[in-house]
Structures are given as structure tokens and as C-alpha cells.
Design a protein around this ligand. Sequence first.
Ligand code: G3P
Ligand code: MG
Length: 254
Amino acid sequence: MQLPRYIAHRGLSAHAPENTLAAIQAAADAGCEWVELDVQCLGDGTPVIWHDASVDRCSDSQGKLLNMTRDQIGQLDVGSWFSPAFRGERMALLDEALSLVSALEMGLNLELKINTGHDPAALARTAVQRARQVLPLDRLLVSSFDMTALEAARSQDEALALGLLYEAVPRHWASDAERLRPTSVHADWTQLDQERLIEIQSAGLVMLCYTANDPERFASWWDHGVDGVFTDDPGLFDARYQRRTRGDGSRKPR
Ligand code: G3P
Ligand code: MG
């Protein structure tokens, strides 16, 4: 698997409403090769691309996802909160997002987002099955903060690329890695520790950081060898953000 140096976080979320089809399209239009999207299930089991437990922050309505059905979310405007230019944008179903990512020939980091009350294993099974029907193995990386979700994803597909997602990387990361056989470790860059970074890369894993939007403050981490970042706006870092990072940690021009 070749992962890029920059992954558009929740789509190109600096320029379009996060986690929407518009944000995926904007990322492609800006030249991004990969997007990160959050997936969770509605109360009726439909997987959708959404970050929060409720629709309060990013729609024209209120309520918990767990209390909503596919018909109900079809009525929401999830674009106007961001800008009038996106009025009428609808919450993306997982299937719609997968089709668009595939049509745009992009890669996808699908984050299994387990908010309170959601079933980790059920989400993993549904999301992995659907994603694998649409995307090839080298363009799909499934990650989660929730180890139960990652265990279910690994059981679902032995060959699937997994990302261990942490805030600060814990001491026991290696035992998680031994059990789950991930491709990458993803951590909050403001809590990154150089010792852990060395351990992770020495074990042959890719180190990705979220969510970096300040290139100057982040700069020293490139020198320490971080492989890539999730950012709301890759253009902040590099107008030519097509450099790739290989799964083995070496970099090569596109
Ligand atoms: O997957 C990286 C990052 O998206 C994790 O945090 O809260 O933005 O989903 P969050
Ligand atoms: Mg996320």
C-alpha cells in the first residue's frame, strides 16, 4: 500500500462541509489522493458518513443519529451551516461515499467512529463488507480508536489494512499491534512522542498524525520522520502535495 504524505481530513473540510460528498469532490479537485471519512450507523442500521453523535453541529436540525432513520436524515441540510454555497447538501450514505471515492480513483481511510451507545462490531462488519465490495485492498485503510471495532474488522478480512488510532500512543501499542496486525498507527500530533515514533517505525509500521493545520508548528516532525498527516487543508503545507509515502516508510516522488 502506498499512502500519501497528506490525507484530506473529513474530505477537504477547510473548503467544504466535513464528511460530505462535496468535501470528497473538493479534495479530488484540489489534487488529494486520499480522504479520511468517519462512518457510523443510524438507528435503523444504515451506515452514514458523519463524525458527531448528533446532527446538532453540522446540520439545520437537532437530534442523535441513533434516533434517526435513513428517511429522516434525507430531509437534513448538512451544507448551510458551513456556507450558503453548500445549501441542500445531504448527509452521505456510506455507499454513496464509497462510489464517489471509487469513481474518483482515490484512496480512503475509513474511520469506524464509535460514539456512545453504538455497537462497534456491528459497524465494523457492515462498513468493511461494503467498503471491500467497492474498493481494492490498496486503496482502503480502516482505522478506529475502538479496539473491539478493529478486532471485528480484522476477523472480517485478514488482508485488510488497519490503522491503530490513538490520542497519545500508549505504552501497550505493540500488544495491540501484535493482535491486530496493522499497517499504520495514527496519533494526535500534539501528543506525539519521539520514542514511540521510533518504536513504531522500527516495527515497520507507518506513522500518521492528525489533525495538523499549522505547517510551521508541525515542521520538526517531518525531520523526526513522520510519514504523513491528516489535514483539513493540504494546500497549507505544500501547493504540490503529490509526494507519496510508501508503506515501507521510504518516500518517492509521484
Ligand atoms: O482519523 C484521524 C482523525 O479523524 C481522528 O479524530 O475526531 O477527527 O475523527 P476525529
Ligand atoms: Mg476521523
